[in-house]
Design a protein around this ligand. Structure first.
Ligand SMILES: Cc1cc2nc3c(=O)[nH]c(=O)nc-3n(C[C@H](O)[C@H](O)[C@H](O)COP(=O)(O)OP(=O)(O)OC[C@H]3O[C@@H](n4cnc5c(N)ncnc54)[C@H](O)[C@@H]3O)c2cc1C
Length: 356
């Protein structure tokens, strides 16, 4: 079998990379057995334009946000016919109701509203939802934030790939790779380019061991809160994001640099339950508990591009906490770079790190 691009992994990175290759009418095959760790399926799916105590706009957000909106919408049009439209869109604008933790946060918000009134708003009218939370320091609104449905995206795109015969549900095994200057083969597949989109898989890949990867564990509880209106994403000591199933909410997440395994922990379940009991005035039940490891980078910038020593072997990853907005943008950038020789963003190009 011969293909132009062999991709490893169908998380957000592999999905978007194959989508842009498909748009360019290129030949590709993607390998993913479907039973390996996958951060994308555990993600809350939030694209939040401002973060942190100082409410700074996130890296490149003014370009990333409109790009994500356009591309998730186009991908929906490819995946769903009018008759088969899912209950929710792949991307929807959803304001974040941000509760202030401290009087200083309110002061910071008031200052930033004057600078970024497109993203931040201090409501003058009362919001009924605020009465459902114990949050005496007040609240503000983060506008233009988006909710993406990563699970819906991955499962519908997987179906699409299978229909086209482009997904092989098997694991990439390094010993089967035969790559020399003149040969590019994996088992019986010969390829022009091999691109890893294997999330934390790449963290143990010797081809990329010069990259400053930073795995960060994240846990979230899945809750049933029947009386909480899904008008907003609620952000306080936790983030509450409405899920597809009526009355179900994603409550997360932790950010752990030191961990022994990728399993849900009793400690997270207990501390999150305590936090919820103090913050939320409504009854809730826990229906599930998720955990995964985010494939991140120490500099909090992605890894995009082809290896200097092996220009036919590349990587798209290191998306950290922002895979929903970074993956489409940088997948497209990588495809344009390979097919039309356009430059990669120097802050994301993996060649910024040299192998000794
Ligand atoms: C709890 C939590 C909450 C998060 N919330 C958000 C959020 O709200 N917004 C946001 O933007 N981001 C969020 N993220 C981050 C986001 O999930 C990641 O940035 C993104 O999913 C990374 O995508 P990826 O494709 O690089 O990796 P993954 O999604 O991990 O995909 C890797 C794929 O590679 C496959 N694979 C691995 N090894 C092999 C192999 N040898 N052969 C074949 N296939 C292989 C796996 O099966 C998997 O499908 C969150 C993450 C976590 C854990």
């Amino acid at each position: 079998m011969k293909t132009e691009f062999l991709l490893v992994g169908q998380g957000l990175c592999g999905t978007w990379l194959s989508y842009f290759l498909e748009q360019e009418k290129r030949e590709f095959i993607i390998l993913d057995p479907g039973n390996l760790p996958n951060a994308s399926r555990q993600a809350g799916g939030l694209i939040n334009p401002v973060t942190g105590r100082r409410l700074v706009t996130t890296w490149r957000i003014d370009e990333l946000l409109p790009f994500a909106h356009t591309q998730y919408t186009r991908l929906s049009q490819l995946l769903f016919t009018e008759q088969e439209k899912p209950r929710h869109k792949l991307i929807e604008e959803r304001n974040i109701l941000q509760f202030f933790a401290h009087p200083d946060t309110r002061v910071a918000f008031e200052k930033r509203v004057r600078e970024r009134s497109d993203y931040l708003h201090l409501p003058t009218e009362p919001l009924a939802e605020t009465a459902l939370f114990n949050s005496p320091q007040g609240h503000g609104l983060i506008q233009k934030s988006c909710q993406v449905r990563p699970d819906l995206l991955l499962s519908s795109y997987k179906k699409h790939l299978l229909q086209q015969g482009r997904l092989l549900e098997k694991k990439f095994e390094y010993p089967q790779l035969n790559a020399t200057a003149s040969t590019h083969r994996y088992e019986d597949i010969s390829f022009d380019y091999l691109i890893f989109c294997d999330g934390i898989g790449a963290h143990t890949n010797t081809l990329f061991d010069h990259l400053p990867v930073a795995p960060v564990k994240g846990e979230a509880l899945i809750l049933h809160i029947p009386d909480l209106p899904s008008s907003y994403v609620y952000k306080g000591p936790l983030t509450l994001i409405p899920l597809d199933q009526e009355g179900h909410w994603w409550a997360g997440s932790s950010y752990e640099w030191n961990f022994n395994d990728s399993n849900p922990s009793v400690a997270y379940r207990e501390s999150t339950t305590d936090t919820l009991q103090q913050w939320l005035s409504l009854p809730f039940t826990i229906v599930d508990h998720w955990a995964a490891i985010r494939p991140g980078s120490k500099e909090r910038r992605p890894f995009v591009g082809m290896l200097e020593q092996w220009p036919t072997i590349g990587f798209l990853g290191g998306m950290g906490t922002k895979g929903c907005s970074l993956a489409p943008y940088f997948a497209n950038q990588l495809v344009q770079h390979l097919l039309h020789n356009t430059p990669l963003d120097p802050e994301a190009d993996l060649r910024r790190f040299k192998r000794n």
